[in-house]
Design a protein around this ligand. Structure first.
Ligand code: TAP
Length: 498
């Protein structure tokens, strides 16, 4: 049913056609083994499609295609303005198909389709455009040297890049890799998360339509331990860019060490603190942002603000306002208008979240809202937005990444105590601070050990600013901005004696 100009997503879903084969060397092909695996709609628990199950042999073929495409310069040697044009065409095509892609993303991941359309898709398009525009604006350097010798410092593509993607923002994170990788003149082989391959495969059709040469972009859907590991260990992959859990990130460092010492870029998990000082006068905008920080995308967000550190003086007022705010976050059908929390990715993950909720109860934290599964008639995997009060930073729910709509509230009395609690975590991806005091803003934002600190906002910034983590949240560089280009290019020094 369509309300106003909102598309009829349910109607569209019933006629949607999915691309399910691997995309290698410009063609859609079945896995060499002939095997397929089911991709499930988390909002119903029912099979959505069967996808080609690639393994090491398919990865070998895809990497060989990417290597050949790189070696003959069909992409790398194109004039920068030509590569820019092709990537801009791709961005335009993604934008033109945004409604369909948002629907695919929602059906495969469980997120509200309106969120996918308002956030994931514009983000993917912006990313592709930003890096496309950068292609003919990045200059090489001439070093200061004696007059009879010239030293050039030039950027060159690394070659074949492997990208292994998580399921939480499948298309947006894919674009975050593809934009700078292709801008740099590299070829890429992508292994999407097993739960969410469909948007990457539809994207592949658009890559072809945009005129990006065959072999430059390849997708090998499959499982992490087979296809993902094969990419990580492949001797012809020169750089492996991974976004996912810290646990799996460690494997990629091992794969690299045990194979060809490929560059490894890791964007990993987080347990981000949100600090609210007692000098904040208006708590309403603060609670709205706290709710977005932990509930957006079902809390399946690497930089989710999952630890709320609140000054004891204002805790009661803040929690009262926050409870009212959480009540506005409707859980339900991801395709329905007004749904703000969809389904979590799969049954196993829902059980994991509920297990963390049980552990919070067992350790003595107090649930002040939520805490249960939401049972829907359609089936599917839904969890209530949940707040735990009386949490200590030593509890499991404050230490481990839950990746669900579960907020832990920890009380502090001094700014020093807040900084110590905020930094008492193995992670360092993001943090937020709310204060009206400029000195506190400066002091705390400098003291927090995290890649992004937001003051009086919850923001990951846009394409123009670097994104990545300190400590066990990241390794090997930053995504977004020109920093991303550093990951996928090598610097070469050329001396010329005159
Ligand atoms: P993971 O379980 O780490 O999976 C990520 C990818 O790695 C998937 O494609 C997975 O394949 C693959 N993989 C799993 N085991 C592997 C192995 N042994 N060898 C090679 N590849 C393997 O993460 P997830 O559950 O999809 O995503 C959630 C995690 O991602 C969270 O920790 C979250 O914080 C993190 N994340 C971080 C960021 C940034 S920017 N820092 C952004 C988004 C998400 P299968 O799907 O087949 O298992």
């Amino acid at each position: 049913m369509t309300t106003g100009t909102r598309p009829d997503f349910a109607g569209m879903a019933s006629t949607l056609r999915f691309q399910t084969q691997a995309f290698i060397d410009g063609r859609f092909v079945p896995a060499l083994s002939g095997k397929t695996f089911a991709t499930i709609n988390p909002a119903t628990g029912r099979e959505l499609a069967r996808v080609a199950e690639c393994d090491g042999r398919d990865v070998d073929v895809a990497v060989a295609a990417a290597k050949a495409a790189f070696a003959d310069g069909r992409w790398a040697a194109l004039a920068p303005k030509e590569r820019k044009r092709a990537l801009l065409r791709l961005a335009d095509l993604v934008e033109a198909h945004a409604i369909e892609l948002a629907l695919v993303e929602s059906l495969d991941n469980g997120k509200p389709v309106d969120d996918a359309l308002a956030a994931d898709l514009p983000d993917a398009v912006d990313t592709l455009r930003w890096h496309a525009e950068a292609i003919d604006k990045l200059y090489d350097q001439v070093s200061p040297t004696a007059g009879d010798i010239v030293s050039l410092v030039v950027r060159e593509p690394v070659g074949v890049v492997g990208a292994v993607i998580p399921w939480n923002f499948p298309l947006a994170i894919l674009a975050m890799k593809v934009g700078p990788v292709l801008a740099g003149g590299n070829s890429i082989v992508v292994k999407p998360a097993e739960q969410t391959s469909l948007s990457a495969l539809r994207f592949a059709e658009l890559v072809k339509e945009a005129g990006i040469p065959d072999g430059v972009f390849n997708v090998v859907p499959g499982f992490g331990e087979t296809a993902g590991q094969a990419l990580g260990r492949h001797p012809d992959v020169e750089c492996l860019s991974f976004t996912g859990s810290t646990e799996v990130g460690r494997y990629f460092l091992n794969y690299s060490a045990e194979s060809n010492l490929k560059k490894v870029v890791l964007e990993l998990g987080g347990k981000s603190p949100v600090i609210v000082m007692n000098d904040v006068a208006d708590l309403q905008p603060v609670v709205e942002q706290i709710a977005i920080g932990i509930l957006f995308s079902q809390g399946e967000n690497c930089s989710a603000g999952s630890r709320l550190l609140v000054h004891a003086d204002i805790k009661d007022r803040l929690l009262e306002a926050l409870l009212a705010q959480f009540a506005e976050w409707t859980v339900g059908d991801p395709l329905a208008e007004g749904t703000r929390i969809g389904a979590v990715i799969e049954e196993r993950h829902m059980d994991r979240i509920l297990g963390y909720i049980q552990s919070g109860k067992d350790e003595g934290a107090r649930i002040i809202c939520g805490g249960e599964r939401v049972r829907a008639e359609s089936g599917g995997y839904f969890v209530q937005p949940t707040i735990f009060d009386d949490v200590t930073n030593a509890m499991v729910i404050a230490r481990e990444e839950i990746f669900g709509p579960v907020l832990s509230v920890i009380t502090f009395n001094t700014v020093e105590e807040a900084i110590a609690i905020a930094n008492d975590t193995p992670y360092g991806l993001a943090a937020s601070l709310y204060t009206n005091d400029l000195t506190t803003a400066h002091k705390v934002s400098r003291a927090i050990r995290a890649g992004t600190v937001s003051v009086n906002c919850f923001s990951e910034g846009d394409q123009a600013v670097p994104f990545g983590g300190f400590k066990q949240s990241g390794f090997g560089g930053r995504e977004k901005s020109f920093s991303a280009h550093d990951q996928y290019t090598e610097l070469k020094t050329i001396w010329i004696q005159l």
